[in-house]
Design a protein around this ligand. Structure first.
Ligand SMILES: O=C(O)C(=O)C[C@@H](O)[C@H](O)[C@H](O)COP(=O)(O)O
Ligand code: ZN
Length: 361
């Protein structure tokens, strides 16, 4: 088992990575929590695969498990589903002595995380990510949220988990598209940091390669993310780099009406923003080409879908990285060299080339 420390000063915790760790969930959870009642939250894809096994292990270690499930998909990251889960927890008598465990992919982590953050103003949380996207990115760092209509992650809270358990065996049950979308976030980290992870990414050319290297990729991606959130937990500065590709990515994801997965939209968003900065002479063309080539090598989408630039612009202007009338855009000066450019909101359309419905990047 690999143990990574996330040394956030106010809330340090560990990420434990190892094959078949799900079977030992009870003892792992017991290493950070006294026996208590736990809300074990999964979607209806993951619940039939792992909920019983995890519940059994927790019960053996003295926990009382209430297993809840919700319909799979981004549309469940909603206030309605949040309310349904909280209602079940109220019916089952949950209070502040209890805890929430998110068992599933990115949607589950964000949703169950926000249930934990908001129920009685905060219950402790443990993340057990079962998708590649959640393992390499969303389970670490404490972002929790739901969407409002097509506006992504607009209601949420920072709640660091007490423990993250990563079992790479769960990736074997993912369909190819789910595996590959998570890899979009890995390429993001590789672009931001270079070093070992970019060297490994350069050798990956198929979903099989992703699966073979998933453990090492998770370890490297989580190590980098831990360093960033240790330095800037609440995204006041450095953490914004983790949003590389997300400004345009979130916009096209929201406008795709469920057709694009998060990691796919981020792949499109990284190439689009990188091309913008290449056009402005701030990102070398070779960097944009390399990003595009690495993403396309596993069949991630890299071209903007046909969406109205006006609609993209409206979404982009609503971005969380918008401060004091300026939008902070993350770009790469080189592989491993992220930077942030603040652009006045009134200049964003010109800067991004989103000026008319006839043109888009
Ligand atoms: O953890 C972060 O910080 C990130 O930005 C990671 C992103 O990959 C992730 O998609 C995050 O949830 C986006 O957050 P948001 O603040 O842009 O909603
Ligand atoms: Zn993301």
């Amino acid at each position: 088992m690999e143990i990574l420390d996330v040394n956030i000063p106010s809330h340090p915790y560990q990420v434990k990575i190892g094959r078949n760790l799900l079977a030992s969930t009870g003892s792992l959870v017991a290493s950070v929590w006294q026996p208590r009642k736990v809300a074990l939250i999964s979607d209806d894809n993951v619940a039939p695969l792992y909920q019983e096994k995890v519940a059994e292990s927790l019960t053996k270690s003295g926990f009382t498990v209430c297993a809840y499930r919700f319909p799979a998909g981004e549309q469940s990251k909603s206030l309605d589903v949040l309310g349904e889960l909280a209602t079940q927890m109220t019916d089952d008598g949950f209070n502040r002595d209890d805890g929430v465990i998110a068992l599933g992919g990115g949607v589950t982590g964000d949703l169950a995380g926000f249930v934990a953050a908001s129920y009685m103003r905060g219950l402790p949380l443990i993340q057990i990510p079962t998708s590649f996207l959640a393992q390499v990115d969303s389970s670490v760092g404490g972002k929790t949220a739901v969407d409002l209509g097509t506006t992504k992650n607009i209601l949420g809270a920072f709640l660091q988990p007490d423990l993250v358990i990563v079992d790479p065996e769960t990736l074997k049950t993912l369909d190819q598209r789910d595996l590959v979308e998570g890899y979009g976030e890995v390429v993001k980290v590789a672009g931001l940091t270079d070093h070992d992870i970019w060297s490994l990414v350069k050798m990956i050319n198929s979903p099989t390669d992703i699966l073979k290297n998933s453990e090492k990729l998770s370890e490297l991606a989580i190590k980098y993310k831990a360093e960033v959130v240790e330095a800037d937990e609440k995204e006041g500065g450095l953490r914004q780099v983790l949003n590389f590709g997300h400004t345009i990515g979130h916009a096209v994801e929201a406008l795709s009406d469920g057709k694009l997965r998060h990691g796919e939209a981020v792949a499109i968003g990284m190439v689009a923003i990188s091309q913008v900065f290449t056009d402005h002479g701030l990102t070398p063309a070779t960097v944009t080409e390399q990003l595009k080539e690495r993403l396309a090598s596993v069949n991630l989408p890299v071209e903007m879908p046909s969406v109205s630039p006006k609609q993209v612009l409206a979404k982009v202007k609503n971005d969380k990285k918008n401060h004091d009338g300026k939008l902070n855009l993350v770009f790469l000066k080189e592989i491993g060299g992220p930077a942030i450019k603040s652009v006045d909101l009134e200049d964003v359309a010109d800067f991004l080339g989103l000026t008319s419905d006839a043109s888009s990047h």
